[in-house]
Design a protein around this ligand. Structure first.
Ligand SMILES: [Zn+2]
Length: 209
C-alpha cells in the first residue's frame, strides 16, 4: 500500500490501493506512517516555482515544496508525472515534475532552495523518484523530444519516448538516488492519466519526523 525508500528520514509513495490522495482518506496513510494527517500541498501548475511550507494546507501555486519544520508532511500528487522527495541534513522537499516541469528545471530549483534551508545548510544527500510513466510508454512528439537532452530521448519500437526519471536524476547529480521501478501506464497498481484520464492521484510524501 505504501512504499518507503530505504535510508530516508521521512519519505513515502502511495499506491492505488491506498486510495485517491487528491480527495481520499489521508488518515489511514498518515496513521500507517506515524505522521500528522494534515499535509502541506500545492496547486500544481507544471512550472518550476518552489514554495516554503510553514503550516498544513495549500501553500499556493507551484510545483515544489520545501520545509525545515518538523512534523509537517509535504505532499505532491501525481498520475504519470514524477513525484520526487529530496533530503538534506536539516530540510526536506517534494517536487512534481511532468515533462514541462522537468524542462523548466523544477527539481534542480527545489534542490538549490533546500541547500539554504535549516540550521545546517548543505547539499541534497538523498533523493527518490516515485512511480511514473516510464520510457516504455511516455511517447512524445518531436516538439517535446527536442526540449530534452539526447540521452533522455529513447526510440522504442518506432515510438519516440522520454525517460523522465533519468532526466530528473540528472538535475541533482550530487544526490544519492533511489527509484520506484514501476511504470504507471503499463503496470497494475497505480493511477495513470494517460491510460484513462483518471482524476485519482498518488501521493509523494516527505517529512522531518
Ligand atoms: Zn510502461
Amino acid at each position: 500500500m505504501l512504499i518507503r525508500p530505504p535510508g530516508f528520514r521521512g519519505a513515502a509513495f502511495t499506491t492505488a490501493a491506498a486510495g485517491d490522495m487528491l480527495s481520499g482518506d489521508r488518515g489511514e496513510v498518515s496513521g500507517t506512517l506515524g505522521i500528522r494527517a494534515e499535509w502541506a500541498s500545492l496547486r500544481q501548475v507544471h512550472g518550476s516555482d518552489v514554495l516554503t511550507a510553514t503550516e498544513p494546507g495549500r501553500a499556493g501555486p507551484g510545483d515544489a515544496l520545501v520545509t525545515g519544520a518538523r512534523d509537517l508532511p509535504l505532499a505532491v500528487m501525481t498520475a504519470d508525472c514524477v513525484g520526487v522527495v529530496l533530503e538534506t541534513e536539516d530540510a526536506v522537499g517534494v517536487a512534481h515534475a511532468g515533462w514541462r516541469g522537468v524542462v523548466a528545471g523544477v527539481v534542480a530549483a527545489a534542490a538549490r532552495r533546500l541547500e539554504d534551508l535549516g540550521r545546517r545548510p548543505g547539499p541534497v544527500l538523498r533523493a527518490a523518484t516515485g512511480p511514473l510513466i516510464g520510457p516504455c510508454c511516455f511517447e512524445v512528439g518531436p516538439e517535446v523530444a527536442g526540449l530534452f537532452h539526447d540521452r533522455h530521448v529513447k526510440s522504442i519500437g518506432g515510438m519516440t519516448t522520454v525517460d523522465l526519471a533519468t532526466a530528473v536524476r540528472d538535475q541533482v547529480p550530487e544526490a544519492e538516488w533511489w527509484s520506484v521501478e514501476a511504470c504507471t501506464r503499463c503496470e497494475e497498481g497505480w493511477f495513470s492519466f494517460r491510460a484513462d484520464r483518471t482524476e485519482h492521484r498518488l501521493a509523494t510524501l516527505g517529512w522531518i519526523p
